[in-house]
Design a protein around this ligand. Structure first.
Ligand code: SAH
Length: 449
């Protein structure tokens, strides 16, 4: 097989990155944007030992699940790499990801629920972080082409709240007006690296974060004054990121205008959110995710609850009024401050959050003899560590509710809990990220007698 060769392929599967999978002369071929059931003529892009990458040259037989995407760029950039597939099939795809992982781990007996659909299929994101670059001599916002740092200019971000898109474009125009240079990542020069815009659906408040190479730049006062006049903008922050890095946010924030936090709501609990704090990005689906997790926890008024990987305390504070005490752990200091402030804001006196690594704090708590009844964990993609799991189990919870944004590490961790005498019989995928291949899933582990 050679680069640029055209081969006819029958697509039999979707990879976890949402690429069509085909087999050809003993090779596995991954075809961009192809859908199972389709027959395509594909052009080979890259050949490895046992697999190759290809793109569609011509669709010979089209899948009935394919839908026309308004802007090719959404799929090209990976902003919405499932957008060409009907939404109900996206939900099936996500369920199937979990089924496949369980099968590989010889846990075929576990029931996988139907994926819980998101109330909004587009425009659901309450936050957008978009790169700013010079393209053909003009400052542009957009999204990087998949597996690259080539900026594809965009003004409609499709999965983002349209009110956020409105502000993104307006800020772009203000930056152009004052000739603020975009970041040049090759020379680590220029100024604005990213625009990070967040909007609370509950209150309408908008925060604009300019991620910049320097702490200040000459046009900042005028730029900030114009941004502050945009409808609903209540906060402007300069985030200082001087490093040559792919990490979006730097560690320091400087408040340029308005408030340092915006306020959002989940159910009837109010949350203040700082720039460095994590907040679930699908506002309407989050309460459904939490309701499911909380229902599975089967809480009682005497329970001591641990909220690990807590962010600003959204899960723990949602249950605090129904249990004896909540103890939370979170690595980002600002998020912990938000969590403790949010407890006060909502008149909650039995919840306390501490800053630290969950894998270090949990063993300390276990050694101090802390006992827990229910533990919620909601780790980032890399999942839990064996140290965390050993310590968590030592605190003796009846139940561990595991919310995950990466079912591969979740399944790995569930096996470890099983070795400690915990069992589970179902996993529920919840679609937090329509149009993208990301899978969120919830399960509850119960201590066996
Ligand atoms: N439960 C929250 C946050 C989930 S996101 C919610 O539903 O909104 C995962 C959180 O884990 C992030 O806030 C991240 O900052 C935090 N985190 C990442 N690594 C961590 C670690 N090693 N120890 C504790 N928290 C960590």
């Amino acid at each position: 097989m050679q680069k640029n060769q055209i081969v006819e392929l029958e697509i039999t599967d979707l990879s976890y990155e949402a690429m069509g999978v085909a087999h050809y002369e003993g090779m596995t071929i991954f075809v961009n944007n192809a859908i199972p059931g389709e027959v395509v003529k594909a052009k080979i892009l890259k050949v490895k030992k046992s697999f190759a990458f290809a793109k569609i040259d011509e669709i010979i037989k089209e899948s009935p699940d394919r839908i026309k995407v308004k802007l090719n760029q959404w799929v090209q950039t990976g902003l919405a790499s499932l957008a060409h597939i009907k939404y109900d099939k996206q939900l099936d795809f996500k369920k199937q990801q979990v089924v496949n992982l369980l099968k590989k781990a010889h846990m075929d007996n576990i029931k996988v629920d139907e994926t819980v659909a998101s109330p909004e299929e587009t425009g659901y994101r309450n936050k957008a972080q978009v790169p700013v670059r010079m393209v053909k001599g003009q400052l542009e916002i957009g999204f990087f082409r998949r597996h690259s740092h080539d900026l594809v200019p965009l003004t409609n971000f499709f999965t983002t709240d349209p009110e956020i898109d409105r502000v993104l474009v307006a800020v772009r125009d203000i930056l152009r007006k004052y000739k603020v240079p975009a970041y040049d990542e090759i020379h680590n020069k220029g100024e604005v690296r990213y625009l990070d815009v967040r909007r609370s659906k509950a209150t309408g408040e908008i925060m604009v974060i300019l991620v910049c190479l320097h702490k200040d730049f000459p046009q900042l006062p005028k730029v900030a004054a114009e941004i502050s006049n945009l409808k609903d903008v209540v906060s402007i922050v300069l985030n200082y990121n001087p490093k040559k890095t792919n990490v979006i946010l730097g560690k320091k924030d400087y408040l340029v205008f308005g408030k340092s936090q915006i306020t959002d709501k989940i159910g009837d609990v109010e949350f203040k959110i700082s720039p460095q704090s994590f907040f679930q990005i699908n506002s309407l689906q989050t309460p459904r995710l939490y309701d499911l997790a909380i229902k599975k926890a089967n809480l009682s008024p005497d329970d001591v609850v641990i909220d690990a990987y807590s962010g600003i305390g959204t899960i723990g504070l949602s249950v605090a009024k129904h249990v004896k005490a909540v103890r939370g752990i979170e690595i980002v200091k600002d998020a912990v401050e938000d969590a403790n402030e949010n407890a006060k804001l909502n008149g909650i006196t039995n919840a306390k959050y501490v800053t630290g690594k969950a894998e270090e704090i949990m063993p300390r708590w276990a050694n101090e003899g802390l006992k827990s009844d229910v533990i919620f964990v909601d780790p980032p993609r890399k999942g839990l560590t064996p140290e965390f799991i050993n310590a968590a189990v030592k605190t003796g919870p009846k139940k561990v509710v595991y919310i995950s944004c990466n079912p591969a590490t979740q399944v790995r961790d569930l096996e470890l809990f099983k070795e400690h005498g915990y069992s589970f019989d179902e996993i529920s995928p919840v679609d937090m990220f329509p149009q993208t291949p990301h899978v969120e899933s919830v399960t509850v582990l119960t201590k066996e007698n």
